[in-house]
Design a protein around this ligand. Structure first.
Ligand code: G3P
Length: 216
């Protein structure tokens, strides 16, 4: 399973990259706004800055919601760097846009996916990646990881090449469960990635080793 970081914060992207386990980045308009990025030029520059840190897919989301707008915007985003993946919302015009990008050799990430049916449509349109939002599904008292498992099974049964990118990850346990059910990629906040490091027995064991090392 590949690890992406789900943020537009350059310091956090660098920190995850320095761990040596980072495979890519996902952003969205909310994450960009959180960093105070304003205006077209600043947005484009920010994606360039992210691509300079990470040598892997960087999802950049369109803001338009009509076919022509998404295609025009996505073409500009894709021209920034070979690693840019155009992120398109799961709406009717979005499916048409994903098909257009597929036919024109541009990678896409279909976002805001909450059902297996939506994931099938995204794959039929040729999306490179599909992003089910598992944390938001859990927030509605449904089981987000079950949806990942269902989509993985459908894609395997049908031979779809679209990668399952588990998004809206809220905890290290989400990452572990997504790995168990065969997600291709998890995109996570830095806290969930570093949370994987934690175990009290590791801390206790290390403290004991360090104490005993003084007697060597
Ligand atoms: O990748 C999608 C993600 O940014 C949404 O996360 O926590 O806002 O549901 P969240």
């Amino acid at each position: 399973m590949r690890f992406f970081i789900d943020t537009a914060n350059l310091d956090q992207i660098k920190e995850a990259h320095d761990l040596g386990i980072l495979d890519g980045v996902t952003t969205n308009p909310s994450l960009m706004a959180k960093e105070g990025i304003k205006g077209q030029d600043a947005i484009m520059q920010h994606y360039r800055d992210i691509c300079a840190i990470v040598d892997g897919p960087v999802s950049a989301e369109v803001i338009s919601t009509d076919f022509e707008g998404m295609v025009a915007e996505g073409k500009k985003l894709a021209a920034i760097h070979d690693n840019i993946v155009v992120k398109i919302p799961m709406i009717k015009d979005g499916i048409k846009a994903i098909k257009w990008f597929t036919d024109n050799g541009i990678q896409t990430n279909c976002t805001l996916v909450f059902s297996a049916g939506q994931a099938i449509l995204a794959a039929k349109a040729g999306a490179t990646m599909v992003s089910p939002f598992i944390g938001r599904i859990d927030d509605s008292s449904w089981d987000g990881v079950k949806l990942i498992e269902q989509i993985v099974n459908i894609y395997n049964a049908q031979g779809f090449m679209t990668e399952v990118l588990a998004a809206s990850i809220r905890s290290p346990l989400h990452i572990v469960r997504c790995a168990e059910v065969g997600a291709d990629i998890c995109t996570c906040p830095l806290s969930s990635i570093t949370g994987l490091l934690k175990h009290p027995l590791t801390d206790l064991g290390l403290a004991q080793f360090m104490a005993d090392a003084k007697n060597l």
